[in-house]
Design a protein around this ligand. Structure first.
Ligand SMILES: C[S@@+](CC[C@H](N)C(=O)[O-])C[C@H]1O[C@@H](n2cnc3c(N)ncnc32)[C@H](O)[C@@H]1O
Length: 327
């Protein structure tokens, strides 16, 4: 763990998540059939910026709807979170949504941002600390799909901990890992009777879903293809980016959007001394985004020790924000 520099406004801890190597993940992912890669590798600097552009798209109702829910219910949410709370955000990205909560929270609030994308995490938490000089801000570069050994200073913060997990990032996990993640979160919160504020995308009309993940400006395509751009830059791979295209389909039986990078022709790609062949139309599965009914999500969280307290849903039934307390 990298020690913090006490003169910085943000205490920064690097738990070195890149130790689980992009190169190893690429090798393993392209050697299996069907080919697949973990979505956490989307987020280098360029990937994080492209994700912010996705959030601003008309078709991508997710960010707009969740943000509106947080704004219009901020006072009620803050009353559930209580005074002096310690917010811990997993996958904090640009730390924009937490700013909405801060306008309503009372007392000495502290905030720990956890993200895998180191440079973006640094820039976002520095900007947040500058805007909110009274806020205690800590940044932890770590992979939340693994157990995180949080620095003891964070665990010992005075306020009741609340894990904030917006953006429907829970939807990226398949069923087993989603339960494991929620169970790990419950274990983190249990010693201090903490809570979980989490955004979960709702099941809905498939046309709305398909449009959201296949936007007309091609930003989601660029975000998906950035995995190959990143492999070329960091691993010396020779992907011909123009010979792959993005696709996102709705898998109704599994209740999820699936994103793919599809090979436009038969081709072979080199990464170091290894080569990987692609048939025409063969796809790399790059992301899942599961959609949940309200009761379905609450049942999953209850199974690992959460008690549903309140759920906020927009008028069009697009998105849900849940507050749950650990028992
Ligand atoms: C979909 S964005 C959400 C950002 C923000 N929380 C929001 O709701 O707008 C996902 C964020 O999680 C981070 N992330 C993705 N996988 C991660 C992982 N396994 N561990 C830590 N951070 C991760 C990405 O770097 C990115 O900033």
């Amino acid at each position: 763990m990298t020690a913090q520099n006490l003169s910085d406004p943000v205490a920064f801890y690097d738990l070195r998540p890149e130790n689980e190597n992009f190169a190893d993940a690429m090798r393993a992912g392209l050697s299996r059939y069907p080919k697949s890669l973990p979505c956490k590798f989307f987020y280098d600097q360029r990937g994080s910026k492209l994700f912010d552009q996705i959030c601003a798209l008309d078709e991508y109702y997710v960010t707009r709807t969740e943000t509106a829910l947080l704004i219009s219910n901020a006072a009620e949410i803050a009353s559930h979170l209580g005074r002096d709370c310690h917010l811990i955000e997993f996958g904090s990205g640009s730390s924009i949504k937490v700013g909405i909560l801060l306008t309503a929270l009372r007392g000495q609030v502290s905030y720990t941002a956890i993200d895998i994308s180191k440079d973006h995490l640094r820039a976002s938490t520095d900007a947040l600390a500058q805007k909110n000089p009274d806020l205690l801000v800590t940044a932890v570069c770590a992979d939340y799909t693994k157990p995180i050994d949080l620095p003891s200073e964070i665990v010992k913060q005075d306020g009741a901990p609340v894990v904030f997990f917006p953006g429907s990032s829970i939807g990226n996990f398949t069923a087993g890992p989603a339960l494991e993640f929620l169970a790990q979160t419950a274990d983190l919160l249990r010693p201090r009777n903490g809570g979980l504020l989490i955004g979960a995308d709702l099941k809905k009309d498939e046309d709305i879903l398909r449009a959201a993940y296949n936007d007309s400006r091609g930003i989601t395509a660029a975000f998906n293809l950035n995995l190959l751009v990143r492999a070329n830059a960091e691993l010396g791979a020779n992907f011909d980016i123009s010979a792959f295209h993005h696709d996102a389909i709705y898998n109704a039986s599994l209740g999820r959007i699936e994103m793919y990078l599809v090979s436009d022709r038969q081709q072979s790609v080199k990464i170091g001394s290894s080569s990987y062949s692609f048939a025409e139309g063969e796809a790399i599965h790059t992301e899942n985004s599961h959609k949940y009914g309200v009761e379905q999500f609450q049942a999953m969280a209850s199974a690992v020790g959460f008690e549903p307290v309140k759920v906020w849903i927009d008028e069009e039934n697009l998105f849900s924000v849940h507050f749950l307390r650990v028992i």
